[in-house]
Design a protein around this ligand. Structure first.
Ligand code: SF4
Length: 233
């Protein structure tokens, strides 16, 4: 397992918390709009961080840091994730996981063993278009299983969808909403085209604030999801 990024203090990666953020290398998806592609492909130029040094930093700054956000890449591709989060939990830190939801069994283990306090799972688009968003063929039942697992509400969570025009249309959003109905929280994130992996996606303009607010009001109208809101606008 390689730690390829580390932010000492963040106020934006976990709503309401001060967190440190750790980026684990590698991912099983190849999303064309990915913002973290150097992390995904474990770029040789990226600095490597040692887990024990990060833990030491956290212990020395425990007064100011509520928790650790583990992101990537896809953190659950790494078998070492369990020991890593155990170390953080043993020192009293909360742990948030960002995941694409594909490693259902790893997610289940983290939840069962109380190793995670908050899960943010991507729902990239409607299930029928998922392969386009993920950039590969996928076994969609694993995504569905993770959705159902989080809806059991054994751990606090959010589903989140990046509003990538064309890939995520209003029809896709209604389809996602049906798939996750009854969920506690769904966050619609602004798409940032600047560092997108694919040149085609670099040229796609994000939805404007007005367009995003219109989408939000259509999705919120029937109350099927308890909380739905925009992030990044
Ligand atoms: S799942 Fe996330 S990290 Fe992996 S390729 Fe897609 S956007 Fe990038």
């Amino acid at each position: 397992m390689e730690i390829l990024g580390f932010i000492e203090n963040s106020f934006v990666d976990w709503d309401g918390k001060v967190s440190a953020v750790i980026f684990l290398g590698g991912c099983n998806f190849k999303c064309p709009f990915c913002q973290n592609y150097p992390i995904v492909k474990r770029d040789k130029l990226l600095k490597r961080y040692k887990a024990n040094e990060i833990l030491e930093y956290l212990k020395n700054n425990q007064k100011f840091i509520d928790g650790v956000v583990i992101t990537g890449g896809e953190p659950l591709i790494n078998p070492g994730i369990f020991d890593l989060v155990r170390n953080f939990k043993e020192e009293g830190f909360l742990v948030k996981l960002d995941t694409n939801g594909y490693f259902y069994f790893n997610l289940l283990t983290l939840i069962k063993e109380n190793l995670v306090d908050y899960v943010a799972m991507d729902i990239k688009t409607s299930l029928k278009k998922y392969h386009k968003a993920a950039g590969r063929k996928i076994e969609i039942s694993l995504i569905k299983d993770s959705i159902e697992l989080l809806k059991e509400d054994k751990v606090d969570y959010e589903f989140r969808t990046t509003l990538v025009p064309k890939l995520v249309t209003i029809e896709d959003l209604f389809s996602i909403k049906e798939e996750i109905k009854g969920a506690k929280r769904w966050v619609l994130q602004k798409f940032v085209n600047q560092n997108a992996k694919s040149k085609i996606y670099q040229r796609i303009e994000p939805y404007t604030k007005e367009e995003a607010e219109n989408l939000l009001s259509l999705l919120k109208s029937d109350g099927k999801i308890k909380e739905v809101y925009l992030r990044g606008y």
